[in-house]
Structures are given as C-alpha cells and as structure tokens.
Design a protein around this ligand. Structure first.
Ligand SMILES: [Cu+2]
Length: 142
C-alpha cells in the first residue's frame, strides 16, 4: 500500500513537472511573440501625410482633405511618409492629373501601405492620385 502511494506520488511529481515544462514552453512562445510585436511597433513610422477614408469618391476636394495635410512644408533633406488609410488603392504621383511630371510616383498603394520620399531640392512639388482626378496636394520644400 505504501509502495503504491509512493509510486503515485512519483508519477504525480513527474506529471506536474512535465506540465510545468510545457507551460513554461508556452510562456516563452508568448514572450517571443511579444518581442516580435514590439519590434514591429518600433518600425512603424508615424506618417506625415494621411490618405483618409472614402476619398475614392469625389467630395474630399471641396474641403481639400484628399491628402491630410494637403499642403505640407518640409525642410531640404526631409523625408515625407504617406500612409494610405483608405480601403481603396491610391497613388502619390508628381504633377497634375492626368500628366505625371516624372519626378516621383508611388504606384498603386494598397490599403495601409506607406510611401516615403526624401526631398533634397527646394521647390513646390504638386502631386495627385492617378486613380482619382480630384485628389491633389502639394509638398513645399523650403
Ligand atoms: Cu486615389
């Protein structure tokens, strides 16, 4: 009888340590995913210009909010990051619709895709969206 109890205790002890090990295994996985999450957060750069929701229909041009802000002032050498927060494709293309000037073109930006460009020359850079003629804005490098 005593022998059986001892055996049971040993088995229980082993099971508990096995459970403990697998739990700590789970914990370290959780920890890893947290670290990855933090790393991703560290890489998210706050956008300078946002392409807001619902600008794929005309109307944002009335209040000049197709790109926010529609006029951004940068210093020479600054980088500007655009973020498409809409559920449609948009672009950041230099020039005026429908004639790209050829200076820069993001191509079609997916929802939540960003585009970063550095401006190394003074000037006024008009840009537009190749998909939506009413979407236009400006970068001024001073
Ligand atoms: Cu657009």
């Amino acid at each position: 009888m005593i022998k059986k109890i001892i055996t049971l205790t040993i088995i229980l002890g082993i099971s508990i340590s096995v459970i403990g090990l697998s739990l700590s295994g789970l914990n370290s996985e959780d920890h890893n995913s947290e670290v990855i999450g933090n790393l991703q957060n560290d890489f998210i750069i706050p956008p300078d210009v946002v392409i807001p929701m619902k600008v794929s229909r005309p109307g944002c041009d009335v209040e000049d909010i197709c790109y926010i802000p529609s006029n951004i002032v940068a210093e020479k050498g600054d980088s500007i990051t655009w973020l498409n927060e809409d559920s449609s494709f948009h672009s950041v293309t230099s020039g005026f619709y429908p004639e790209p000037s050829g200076l820069f073109d993001s191509g079609h930006l997916d929802p939540y895709e960003s585009y970063t460009l550095s401006f190394d020359e003074y000037g006024v850079y008009d840009y537009f969206c190749t998909l939506h003629p009413w979407m236009k804005a400006q970068v001024v490098v001073e």
